[in-house]
Design a protein. Structure first.
Length: 286
């Protein structure tokens, strides 16, 4: 009987321990905040909404963010080839392009390389790095409380007329389209634009976009410049890429050369210039 009683006691203790462990797990699941969510404060709402943390970047739910920051009206917009979700208010209109790492505020463009707006569980999330400058907000992260507060720091972006010189935009969008507008990723378009603008700033090159494109002092630099394609109408994405470059966004401030091994050989570039990276079919060099 003693041995039987001991066995019953052991089984009872095991049952109690199991129930305690299950209770603890359930409590953790109910009350613990998911590690990839962060409460966001600020704007016109009293209760926080939740952003997502993915790969070190904070993504905000666009509808909730827009409602909290003066642009509560959501409509479909953009073009057939580039659809957008547009948030509008009394003073501001912002267009977000799902699947793309840029947005527009009025006629200004903002860019966050490698961080596209994406849908999660039926909700469109947009990187805070895109939204904050468009709305004139400064993100303040509280490491202790693990919260994010968006503070109004300055007025939203002004008109693009002050940023996009008409002639510069014309030639930059045309060379981007001619070199990378067909079959190249969007980042590749921006990189081509960066090469042109980096040359404008380089003391050894001409100091305007048009002059850089048609520079042939040491041989033709951009081969499409001497073909009819340079005068073809650029695509919407090529124009946006040009505007992003003129805003000052740069994939690399040092790149001055690129070529496509699919179409040409450039041994002198490979042997005399510093290789930086490849995007699509183009190899870029400093």
């Amino acid at each position: 009987m003693i041995h039987g009683t001991t066995g019953l006691i052991r089984r009872a203790l095991l049952l109690l321990l199991t129930l305690a462990a299950v209770t603890l797990l359930c409590a953790t699941a109910v009350f613990a905040k998911p590690v990839n969510l962060i409460p966001v404060y600020g704007g016109d709402v009293l209760q926080p909404y939740y952003g997502r943390i993915e790969n070190g970047a904070v993504y905000l739910p666009f509808a909730a963010f827009a409602a909290a920051n003066g642009t509560p009206e959501l409509t479909e917009g953009g073009s057939e080839g580039l659809p957008a979700l547009v948030a509008s208010g009394e003073e501001l209109s912002v267009s977000v392009y799902p699947g793309h790492a840029f947005l527009s505020s009025g006629d200004r463009y903002f860019y966050a390389q490698g961080l596209p707006a994406e849908e999660r569980d039926g909700v469109l999330y947009v990187p805070a790095r895109l939204l904050c400058p468009a709305y004139g907000l400064q993100p303040v992260f509280n490491e202790k409380e693990l919260t994010l507060t968006l503070v109004r720091e300055y007025r939203p972006a002004a008109s693009g007329e002050e940023v996009y010189d008409e002639e510069s935009l014309y030639w930059l969008s045309h060379i981007i389209y001619a070199e990378a507008g067909i079959g190249e990723p969007f980042d590749g378009m921006i990189a081509v634009g960066n090469v042109v603008l980096n040359r404008v700033r380089d003391l050894s090159a001409p100091n305007t976009i048009k002059e850089v494109i048609f520079d042939n002092r040491f041989g033709v630099q951009f081969s499409p410049a001497y073909t009819p394609v340079i005068y073809e109408e650029p695509t919407e994405l090529a124009v946006i890429a040009a505007k992003i470059c003129l805003e000052g966004y740069s994939i690399d401030p040092d790149i001055l050369f690129f070529y496509s091994p699919r179409y040409v050989t450039a041994e002198w570039i490979e042997t005399t210039r510093l290789y930086k990276f490849t995007i699509g079919n183009h190899r870029f060099f400093a």
